[in-house]
Design a binder for this molecule. Structure first.
Ligand SMILES: [Ca+2]
Length: 537
């Protein structure tokens, strides 16, 4: 079983040759597209040929979606931009299409920018807007006030890697080939199509900043998965000042920019993230960008700003909640700085911001056995009780989506990909998705959830923990309650709860509702069989 949030085998990336991971030069981009267009060979971003061609603006209709040319804006908004970027190349390649339609393109609405903020091990109610009274998150609260906040939103998994795989592919982690936390030699399969590849094919500049934890090889690291730019760590957790792996020895430095190791010893990693992201935003202020801002906080080690820690200790917040709360407020402040940068660039109205935690709070030893708060929900990280998977989630697009709104429909981390595709007018990947667009729910508080059933599983085999939710009924197989392990007996191997009546999942109703158990078990088994085939890969 994959319990660790770090790589069980040490999680060390092999030394990476920068030449294999650096952003392609203009010449190499040119050859990539040239080969694609003339030879029909699938190279570069792992997308079908027609998608490359559409991204390059070489296939009509190039104004098929909302009037905006795929491949971006033929007329650069800022003529002083430095020499040709990847997107610049794509725009130039699309000139043959755009030239004849320049007048329309000039009037076309700009595609929105997208920032996905993914926090790490932030508990179910650990934000002011989710009910926390003993920690301050003014920036998250402000984001919720200008967006839509979900109250029944689920992470794709109760641990890091599969949660991120679900987010980035729009597919349940089991289908995406990431059943558990990745180690040294595995990762998100390169054949999967990521959100970054989706946006890049539509002409977006793409960047990963922060934690990755989806692979250590060139083809599974961010530059191999659709990100033009990448800065951060590849393992599950680091010390935020030395940037060394914070799990087990021998300690290893883990900070990379575009596959090349960089040394910034002594600099606080959340600050480095804001700096790096700000530079990316400035460089791409004139055309659409996708930023995956994968915060490694409040995942241990708890290293919040001293000012916050002093405040919470003065407030009488007990240990270890004081450490955790300080770290949450610290991350909230960095989110504030990032969004201030968006505002400073005049992009607030043009930028969709998604926020979500990757799983519930941790009670591991390195997390001082707790600090986070699942509120009324049972369990924590690693568990498929609500405390492990029910997470804060917000989407904001000022002027275009409801503001200060709350939605109680079930949503899921896999939903962001199709939701963002619809909002941005870009084509989703041409593979089966498990996520569903939440746009109808965002637009109409009475719209039903797009999900008939939701599924989870960590690992494979007969002892794997799994869960299925349909309506208010939820069945967990091989449940884990890491907060209170002795609360479960061998009679709880199948644990049934009705979340409307018992959101705390305090009582196992399996013996009382055998027919419901049979139905949900059959649903789960059919799902495992279906995802196991992976017919599309
Ligand atoms: Ca996590």
């Amino acid at each position: 079983m994959d319990w660790m949030d770090a790589s069980p085998a040490g999680g060390f990336a092999e030394p990476v040759q920068s030449s294999t991971l650096s952003m392609p030069s203009i010449q190499s981009m040119s050859s990539i597209l040239s080969v694609s267009l003339h030879g029909g060979v699938r190279v570069g971003p792992r997308l079908p040929f027609h998608t490359h061609a559409r991204a390059a603006g070489l296939v009509l209709p190039c104004l098929q979606r909302g009037g905006a040319a795929a491949g971006g804006h033929a007329m650069p908004r800022n003529s002083s931009r430095p020499s040709m970027t990847r997107r610049g190349f794509l725009a130039a390649a699309g000139a043959v299409c755009a030239a004849g339609l320049a007048a329309r393109a000039a009037d076309a609405p700009r595609r929105p920018n997208v920032i996905v903020i993914y926090t790490d091990d932030q508990g179910c109610i650990d934000a002011g807007c989710y009910g926390a009274k003993d920690l301050a998150t003014p920036n998250l609260d402000a984001l919720a006030a200008r967006g839509v906040r979900f109250t029944q939103f689920y992470a794709p998994s109760s641990v890091c890697s599969p949660s991120r795989a679900g987010l980035l592919t729009g597919r349940f982690p089991l289908r995406a080939g990431v059943p558990g936390n990745v180690g040294e030699k595995d990762g998100l399969p390169p054949g999967e199509v990521t959100m970054a590849e989706m946006f890049r094919a539509a002409g977006y500049a793409t960047a990963h900043v922060g934690k990755w934890h989806l692979g250590h090889t060139p083809e599974t690291m961010p530059n191999g998965q659709g990100f033009d730019h990448s800065f951060g760590h590849m393992v599950g957790c680091i010390d935020n000042y030395s940037h060394f792996f914070y799990w087990q020895g021998p300690n290893r430095h883990d900070l990379y920019r575009n596959g090349q190791e960089v040394f910034l010893n002594g600099r606080f990693f959340p600050d480095l993230m804001v700096e790096e992201a700000s530079g990316f935003l400035e460089a791409h202020r004139d055309a659409p960008f996708f930023l995956y801002f994968a915060m490694n906080t409040p995942h241990y080690p708890y290293q919040g700003d001293p000012e916050w820690l002093e405040k919470y200790r003065k407030d009488g917040v007990p240990y270890p909640r004081d450490l955790y709360a300080a770290f949450v407020s610290t991350l909230d402040a960095r989110i504030g700085r990032l969004l201030d940068k968006v505002a400073e660039l005049g992009l607030t109205q043009d930028t969709i911001v998604v926020f979500q935690s990757d799983n519930g709070h941790s009670v591991e030893e390195r997390a001082h056995f707790g600090g986070g708060n699942a509120g009324p929900y049972r369990g924590a990280k690693f568990s498929f009780f609500e405390g492990g998977i029910r997470v804060p989630a917000i989407i904001s697009w000022p002027g275009r989506l409801p503001e200060g709104a709350v939605r109680g429909q079930t949503g899921h981390g896999c939903d962001w990909l199709p939701t963002l595709a619809e909002l941005c007018g870009v084509d989703p990947p041409g593979v089966p998705l498990d996520g569903r667009s939440l746009v109808p729910v965002l637009q109409d508080p009475a719209a039903p959830t797009p999900h008939d059933a939701l599924h989870w599983q960590t690992g494979t085999g007969a002892k794997a923990q799994w869960a299925v939710r349909r309506g208010d009924w939820k069945l967990i197989g091989n449940p884990v309650d890491i907060v209170n392990p002795k609360s479960l007996t061998k009679n709880d191997a199948l644990f049934l709860a009705n979340l409307a009546d018992d959101p705390s999942e305090s009582r196992n109703l399996a013996a009382d509702h055998p027919e419901t158990v049979r139905e949900l078990l059959a649903l789960h088994e059919a799902w495992v069989a279906e995802t196991g085939t992976r017919a599309d890969t």
